[in-house]
Design a protein around this ligand. Sequence first.
Ligand code: NZQ
Ligand code: ZN
Length: 390
Amino acid sequence: MNNFVFYSPTEFVFGKDTEGQVGELSQKYGARKVMIVYGGGSAQRSGLLDRVKASLDKAGLSWCELGGVQPNPTDGKVYQGIELAKKENIDLLLAVGGGSVIDTAKAIAAGVPYSGDFWDFFEGKAKVEAALKVAVVLTIPAAGSEGSGNAVITKEATLQKLGIKVPGLLRPVFSIMNPELTYTLPPFQTACGAADMMAHIMERYFSNTPDVELTDRISEGVLKAIIEEAPKAMKNPQDYGARANLMWAGMVAHNDTCGVGREEDWSSHALEHEVSAVYGVAHGAGLSVIFPAWLTWMTTHNLPKLVQFAVRVWDVPAEGNPEAVALEGIRRLRRFFSSLELPITFRELGIPEPDIDLLVNSLHRNKGELLGNYVKLTRQDTAEIYRLAL
Ligand code: NZQ
Ligand code: ZN
């Protein structure tokens, strides 16, 4: 196990009706003027936004709002938010939504105290050294941004989808997690969320670092819980127990509990971010196509952890040819994604003929010549993985 620092200072307030505490919590973290950031309308339709505003009013806090954040959020909304936050003298960004809304709020939070262009952070030209506080009312368990210091934004002009990781400054100060708020999720979004959280665990699990039995077992346990709970939430959207387990799983999957002490991979995410940047697909649906293809490629390049994954997570009998055991694990993962009605090929994703040259060129321009850690991938390798997903 490698040395590590685990610092996860977010206050998680979990359970029924907890959004009623948003005013009180904002006050506790020193807010005077709050900017509420939200998406395309689900939080208005459900009445959540009104409840959030009422709670802020009750706590005597003033607020302004920035709506209309789109899935796979873009830089335009961030520039708009930075301008508004400066004008209104905001000191807390309150994201009411999912990963797209939270990441937009984080980018605004980093951009406000910075004199240059916020995109510098995403291109690695500058480091985030100050940020406004960010807080969350989560409405979809998926990206795990409620407990992470990461943000992912797409630059519209160049279709570059890039991320930053600033745990010391961009982890939310508090995150309100009421599973009931996820009852209104369309089944496709519930399924995409499950795929994304599973991917966040697998990116950490497929590691060559030895002696990480504890993080392996935690990871396998969380994966098994998602595999059990996601179908229940799909079948009965108002199953509180299933929704609650999924919501917490999404947080645990990405706040580094499943990653500490080992080298992580993250090439499937990099491969997917190109797909969602260019073709605008949902991130979780892109991952349900890419991850099994990445695993299939790995069966002939670095097998051992895949065998463990098949046996411990998918209950494949350990006997016989290790490659066959690994392939059976991948088959069961694909079958699980299909059972949630997620795509497992580019064709099913609605992209029968993806432009693989474009994806590979953009991927390596954005992320470097070698990708990931479980096996370092060259251009030829990433092109093969995209082809395995056709
Ligand atoms: O915009 P609204 O109307 O709110 O609708 C959203 C959106 O269409 C809808 N939705 C959310 N909560 C709902 C709801 N509909 C009904 N009822 C509710 N309770 O769901 C749709 C998807 O929302 P979005 O925020 O885009 O989903 P998600 O949380 O999956 O976020 C995806 C984004 O996060 C990035 C992804 O790349 C993508 O851009 N990621 C961020 C990460 C991070 N910050 O750590 C890590 C991830 O790996 C990921 O890359
Ligand atoms: Zn993800």
